[in-house]
Design a protein around this ligand. Structure first.
Ligand code: GLA
Length: 400
């Protein structure tokens, strides 16, 4: 069995055996993601263009005959047990990783019918709290593990929604569906164009002559949770004000730039800025996909740069550190585009760079930026990867 790079998934399998005293029946993995363009558009029913990345959370698991879940977070060396019939103690509940697992189990049971308990262990190399969706990878990887172990047939889009609902209902953050969708359905060497209203999607091949480079500010996304909810609300306010001005819109997705310009002078300051970002960002996603289809990587890069400016000035979710990393990159030869990625307020930037200029960019980011801790920026050269995957035995294959 191997659900990842051989070493990483086999390490999880070995450590599972050490923890539980028997070998796992199935392994699963799910990737983190980077968003190339289309930021803060998903919860406005708009368009996004993320890619799953070759950084994963790996799981190993085995079935139990009772309703207990025993879970071991290998990287944190923390062990938690909870019953599918409820009852996680309040201290345990404060650990985010436990909430993800509890949320997945409860919602999956509602979706797929009664579950039996499992033992599971997991470990990963998606940087945590860095805006690369390690939480979506935990959600989608554990969904894949449950499905494999219990032989559940579930629609992948429904599973992505389930992951999103874990964030909304169990973590209390009103996030969109982008992260779980691409962690579940991403494809190697492709970005994923998604319509977040009807959840239709298509794979867009990424050019072979560029690299995706991600730079980590080393700043945890401290404000992300509270300010994220504020942005969601401001977008709703913008829609309400535009409706009052006579536009027929149920979300910012419905508003064209031309319509926006016809009413913007009557809008309050912050809703106006937030709306301008979302409306222009949706347009940038379409333009970016057209550029990729036409092989125009320069234009694609310019749209990434424009996206950053809009997120910084209109949506106001960037930070001095994200701006610093972005402008270091934008000055480097061979860099086509650079921007913050994910929710903002810390986390990472994403850069598109010509293959031959990659080393120069990595060196510049490491030399010219210092994390708050004084260390150089962490920089990752990443590939677009396949979404969640599981293998191993399940009852349909005759395991008793
Ligand atoms: C977070 C959320 C996503 C999306 C991005 C911003 O990653 O989980 O749903 O809203 O922020 O684009």
């Amino acid at each position: 069995m191997s659900a990842g790079t051989a070493s990483s998934s086999s390490t999880v399998e070995e450590r599972y055996s050490e923890t539980f005293g028997y070998s796992p029946e199935a392994v699963a993995r799910a990737p983190g993601r980077v968003n190339l363009v289309g930021e803060h558009t998903d919860y406005n029913q708009g368009f996004v263009l993320p890619a799953a990345i070759d950084r994963y959370i790996w799981f190993a698991g085995g079935r139990r005959s009772d309703r207990l879940v025993r879970a071991h977070a290998l990287d944190l060396d923390e062990h938690v047990e909870f019953s599918l019939d409820g009852g996680v103690d309040p201290v345990t509940e404060q650990r985010l990783w436990v909430l993800y697992l509890v949320g997945v189990a409860h919602l999956l049971e509602r979706e797929a019918g009664p579950l039996t308990g499992i033992d599971l262990a997991f470990s990963g190399n998606v940087p945590r709290e860095a805006g690369l969706s390690s939480s979506a990878a935990v959600e989608m990887g554990s969904v894949a593990l449950w499905q494999r172990l219990l032989g559940l047939q579930c629609d992948p889009v429904a599973m992505a929604r389930l992951g999103q609902r874990v964030e909304n209902e169990f973590l209390g953050v009103p996030t969109g569906i982008m992260d779980q969708f691409v962690s579940g359905l991403g494809r190697q060497a492709h970005a994923l164009l998604m319509d977040c209203r009807d959840l239709s999607y298509r794979y867009v091949p990424l050019p072979k002559d560029v690299n995706i480079v991600v730079a980590n500010t080393g700043v945890k996304r401290a404000l992300a949770k509270s300010e994220y909810a504020v942005r969601v609300r401001q977008c709703q306010e913008a829609v309400a004000e535009m409706r009052q001005a006579g536009l027929n819109a149920t979300s910012l997705r419905d508003v064209t730039l031309e319509q926006f310009r016809s009413v913007e002078s009557g809008l309050s300051e912050l809703p106006r800025r937030r709306a301008r970002h979302v409306i222009t960002e949706n347009d940038r996603v379409h333009a970016a996909v057209a550029a990729l289809d036409a092989g125009d990587v320069e234009l694609f890069g310019e749209l990434m740069n424009d996206s950053h400016t809009s997120l910084r000035d209109d949506y106001q979710v960037s930070s001095p550190e994200l701006d610093a990393l972005t402008s270091i990159a934008q000055k480097q030869p061979g860099v086509l585009g650079a921007r913050m990625t994910g929710a903002g307020f810390g986390g990472c930037t994403v850069n598109l760079v010509r293959l031959e200029s990659t080393n120069g960019l990595v060196t510049a980011l490491q030399e010219d930026y210092r994390q708050p801790s004084g260390r150089p920026a962490e920089v990752y050269v990443l590939n677009a990867a396949d979404g969640a995957f599981a293998e191993g035995t399940h009852p349909a294959e005759g395991v008793t």
